[in-house]
Write a protein that binds this ligand. Structure first.
Ligand code: HEC
Ligand code: HEC
Ligand code: HEC
Ligand code: HEC
Ligand code: HEC
Length: 397
């Protein structure tokens, strides 16, 4: 397992010792008399390192009740101020308001009007340094947030503060309808300079989970898609599976119902979706195999139909690049990688779905069937002009 925030964890370890040696403070506001220089310097380091301005972070303000939560949170991506998700704007020193909703606690509070402002994106850019701090999920006003809007326009009612928080940030930034709008009535296989890649964004768990009801995938006309993955009754919210502070999923959560505890090995379906015939492996493998097949087909289509080879590089935005001379390397111009420009409507739809499914590493649990349907339909659509017979692959929808 990745141990993030090693520095902070070190500080917390020494804090554990410090806590034993000092009187317990139960209120976050209370200041013990005569704070020691040692505590003062620890507090400074904590502020320097994690920087969230809200939450009981000063060692002398941490109540026993919060100790475990803080320790767990410190191990999670939510507190990792050095990750690209939070450090991306460090050079500019501020995060654009539309981005800050999900990339800083302060932006999130502004978005839901928890800071006294009108609900909606912050009025001005938010200073960098914020993470998903305690007050993002524990702000008392969050209890009044009763619905979360999705990129498709869907307004989804939420009944818990956990849902209100997770679903605001883990919904992605695009919807299938944006693809429909972009391609309009353009010819399916003609490259169009007006088209560009539309990125679903990252960690789109809530959108995967809501399936066709959320409308975040590109859904081919005339096909039926699975709706929200209700799973089984007790698994009704994100935190039924994810511990809200370290964000991990404990295997015991699954073994109540599944024989297999390791999520990646869980399977109930008796159908081999990837055509391998293996129905012992986890459903995750079928999704991964079909996604890989789709990635291959995207590249094949790019060369054979769109007429320009494409290279995928997951480490560089906008991920899909041109290789016009077909030398297997991304074209460069003025020292920069050249983005793919020969998008056709058919290619855009399938690439969007591929990215949507693969950008949620938990899609196989959040909504395995919606993911499989999007992959199958994208494969089927691309296969057509390439003259492939989908039947021969034995894949199932
Ligand atoms: C303010 C926005 C925001 C809220 C609210 C939020 N997240 Fe996140 N979440 C993020 C960001 C940003 C990342 C990526 C962090 C990184 O890259 O280090 C992330 C990462 C994750 C991860 C990936 C694991 C990891 O350690 O990186 C999981 C799982 C997760 N969040 C689940 C949840 C759950 C469950 C909730 C609700 C209880 C939630 N998130 C609420 C923004 C948010
Ligand atoms: C609806 C919420 C939301 C909004 C709005 C949002 N993001 Fe994100 N973004 C996320 C989440 C969640 C992640 C974390 C993905 C992960 O687990 O690494 C993320 C990750 C990122 C990353 C890191 C990707 C990587 O390679 O690790 C960048 C860069 C980023 N977002 C840029 C932006 C920009 C720029 C904007 C504004 C134009 C923006 N985001 C708006 C939710 C959002
Ligand atoms: C991503 C959202 C999120 C963040 C960030 C977060 N919490 Fe929580 N926390 C929850 C949820 C959800 C619960 C479960 C109880 C509930 O339904 O309110 C919870 C429960 C708790 C509890 C009750 C005991 C427990 O562990 O279940 C404490 C104490 C707590 N949080 C403290 C903190 C502190 C301190 C921080 C900052 C270091 C923090 N939380 C950050 C979502 C969050
Ligand atoms: C209360 C019982 C219950 C618990 C607990 C539970 N599940 Fe499930 N799970 C189900 C049921 C029932 C289905 C079938 C739902 C459906 O297809 O509509 C299912 C389906 C799945 C599937 C899809 C399998 C397939 O082949 O289609 C995966 C993956 C999965 N669960 C993972 C998990 C994980 C991971 C956990 C623990 C974090 C978990 N489940 C906890 C009952 C449960
Ligand atoms: C049935 C259990 C279950 C539910 C419900 C659930 N998750 Fe997950 N989630 C998982 C599992 C299992 C993983 C995969 C963990 C792994 O592979 O390490 C995961 C992965 C993730 C990831 C990381 C994806 C990545 O790219 O690594 C995020 C973010 C996430 N979930 C957020 C959420 C949010 C937000 C919700 C609610 C909308 C939610 N999850 C609901 C079980 C669940």
């Amino acid at each position: 397992m990745l141990l993030r925030n090693k520095r902070l964890l070190g500080i917390l370890a020494s804090l554990g010792i410090a806590l034993l040696a000092m009187p317990t403070v139960s209120s976050a506001q209370a200041q013990p008399e005569g704070t020691s220089p040692e505590i003062e310097s620890l507090a400074k380091e904590l502020e320097l390192y994690v920087m969230p301005q809200s939450g009981p972070f000063r060692p002398d303000q941490i109540s026993i009740a919060n100790q475990t939560a803080i320790g767990n949170w410190a191990r999670s991506g939510h507190s990792d101020s050095s990750s690209e998700s939070f450090a991306h704007w460090n050079e500019e020193g501020e995060i654009p308001a539309v981005c800050a909703t999900c990339h800083a606690g302060a932006g999130f509070r502004a978005f839901h009007g928890l800071d006294g402002s009108e609900p909606g994106p912050a009025q001005s850019p938010v200073p960098t340094g914020g993470v998903v701090d305690c007050d993002t999920c524990h702000n008392p006003g969050l209890g009044n947030v009763s619905e979360v809007k999705f990129p498709s326009g869907l307004i989804h009612p939420v009944s818990t503060t956990a849902e209100a928080s997770c679903m605001t940030c883990h919904q992605g930034r695009a919807a299938g309808s944006m693809i429909t709008q972009a391609v309009g009535s353009k010819n399916a296989d003609t490259p169009d300079p007006e088209l560009g890649f539309i990125n679903p964004h990252y960690a789109v768990a809530a959108s995967t989970w809501l399936g066709s009801y959320g409308g975040s995938g590109y859904q081919y006309p005339g096909k039926d898609y699975s709706g929200r993955f209700f799973h089984a009754r007790p698994m009704t919210t994100c935190v039924s599976c994810h511990e809200p502070h370290n964000l991990e999923v404990a295997q015991e959560t699954c073994t109540t119902c599944h024989e297999e505890g390791a999520p990646e090995n869980i399977r109930l379906s008796r159908v081999s979706f990837d055509g391998s015939g293996d129905i012992e492996k986890g459903i995750r493998s079928d999704i991964a195999a079909n996604a890989e097949r789709l990635q291959g087909l995207l590249l094949e289509y790019a060369v054979s139909v769109a007429g320009t080879a494409m290279i995928f590089d997951g480490h560089q935005y906008p991920y899909f690049f041109a290789d016009a001379n077909g030398d297997g390397r991304i074209d460069q111009a003025d020292g920069r990688s050249v983005g793919y420009k020969a998008w056709t409507p058919r290619l855009l739809k399938a690439a969007y779905n591929w990215k949507f499914v693969t950008s949620d590493g938990g899609a196989y649990v959040h909504n395995p069937h919606y993911a499989l349907e999007l992959l199958y339909d994208s494969l089927e659509d691309l296969a057509q002009p390439l003259g492939h017979d989908v039947e021969e692959w034995n894949i199932k929808r």
